[in-house]
Every structure is written in C-alpha cells, then in structure tokens.
Design a protein around this ligand. Structure first.
Ligand code: 4HQ
Length: 247
C-alpha cells in the first residue's frame, strides 16, 4: 500500500513513520509513505500556501492551487493507482476499527492535513473523496490525525504483524476490549498474577482471557457489545466464574 500525506509539517509525519511497526513495514517495503509540502508548490516568493478568509475575521485558509499542484505531483509519482483522497477533519466520519479495515484494503491513500481554519471549500468539493475525524475534539492541525490513520492502517497490511501480534489483533477485531496482561514478578507487594495464567492449562487460560475480555467490555464499553450480540457460549462464559468485577 502507498500513503501520501500533504502537509505543512512533513517532518512530523516522517518522524512518526520512521518508528515502530510502521517504520519496520516501510523498511521491508510493505508500506510506502511519502510527504508533500504545499509550500513547495506555491507561486510567490514567500512560498505562501494560505491566505486570509473571505468574509473577514481572524485566521487563514489553505489555498486551492498549492494543494492542487501537490496532488497532481502525488498522482504522477504514484503512477496509475486509484487514489482515495481523505481530508482529516472534525466534520468527517468517526474513525473506528471497521473504517480502518476498509481503508487498509485500498492500494493508495492520500491524506490531507489542514492547518489554521482549514482548506478552501472548493478544493474539498472537487478533490477530496472522503472526510475522516479521529474524534470529537479540536486539534491544531490534521497531522496527528493523519499519523493515527497511518499507524492503524499500516499495521493491518499483509505481513506487517508477526504471528503473536496478529493473534492480538484478532482479539480487537472481534469487537471486544483486550484482557489484562501480566509479566514477572509473579508475586509482588502490589498483587499476585492470577493463578490460572501460571497453571500451564492452555484451555483454562484461553477461557479466562476470553471471559476477562467479555466482562471488561460489558462493564466499560457496553456500546461495543450492542452492535454484535453475544453467542450463547459467550453469554455462558460471561455468567460463569466468580472473579470480582473489573475496575
Ligand atoms: N482538525 N479529526 C482543524 C481536527 C481533526 C479531528 C484537523 C482541526 C483539521 C483544520 N482532524 N484542522 N478531530 O480537529 O481529524
């Protein structure tokens, strides 16, 4: 998959895309990420990519032409791929794992990160396919939102996660919260590791984890369960046992 990001702060995106799972995916050629600065496509000596808002008031708006030229260069660099152009904005569809999975199936995404008051509406109407929001709060720019999309989408690319990580992935793509995790030491003055996890009984451990996931999800995010009704087996698992309620 290829992801191009149009941004006034390419360094931020590049530093995010160099680390961790996404960084390794790039090194291995599983994910191609490039950044484009609209200032490099400006037509004046100040390299302006934004201008004052018609109608008055404070704040600047990103201009059509530097963005349009940047997008033309993205398309030329990517060849004949069918790009999906996404503008990160609070007006967009809220990002969730189902949306991430859908985006991960595209061969080419172009992410547009706005600054200031945002982007000239005519560019959004003509050049943008979709608006996506990462949550109901106001950021000072779309770069953090683009980094979230890159991370969540990048890790779903074929071959990016190792087997252990993929199994972990399964536990969220089933729509449940993850179970608690423990590591050494087994006994600590802040508490002991649940005995089942050191029992070596793999079936019992799997059941404990699944039940913990179900209980946590029911207690903390019942909305997640509402969309996917529990199977009779899951309902039984949820009702069984005598563990205390999750915090
Ligand atoms: N912004 N999800 C305003 C966001 C945002 C969000 C990005 C602030 C765009 C112009 N983006 N700029 N929430 O708050 O994606």
């Amino acid at each position: 998959m290829r992801i191009d990001v149009i941004t006034l702060f390419p360094d931020f995106i590049e530093s995010c895309a160099r680390i961790g799972v996404v960084g390794r995916a790039r090194e291995r050629g599983l994910l191609e990420i490039a950044t484009w600065n609209p200032r490099d496509f400006a037509s004046d000596n100040y390299r302006s990519a934004d201008d004052r808002c018609y109608g008055g008031g404070p704040g600047m708006v990103m201009m059509i032409d530097p963005l349009r030229k940047a997008l033309d260069d993205v398309r030329a660099a990517a060849g004949s791929t069918k790009a999906k152009v996404i503008y990160l904005s609070p007006q967009g569809t809220r990002l969730d794992q189902a949306k991430v999975a859908e985006l991960a199936r595209q061969e080419h995404l172009v992410l547009l990160s706005g600054r200031y008051e945002g982007v000239d509406e005519r560019f959004l109407e003509r050049a943008v396919d979709e608006e996506i929001s990462v949550g109901d709060y106001v950021l000072s720019g779309g770069e953090l939102a683009a980094a979230i999309v890159i991370d969540a989408v990048g890790r779903l690319q074929q071959g990016v996660l190792n087997d252990a990580m993929s199994a972990e992935q399964d536990s969220f793509s089933n729509g449940l919260l993850d179970c608690p995790h423990y590591t050494r030491p087994e006994h600590h003055d802040w508490g002991d590791v649940p005995a089942v996890l050191t029992s070596g009984d793999h079936a019992a451990i799997a059941r404990w984890r699944r039940r913990a996931s179900l209980r946590l999800t029911q207690a903390l995010r019942p909305d997640l369960l509402a969309s996917v009704p529990l199977t009779p087996e899951e309902q039984e698992l949820l009702d069984s046992g005598d563990d205390p309620e999750p915090k």
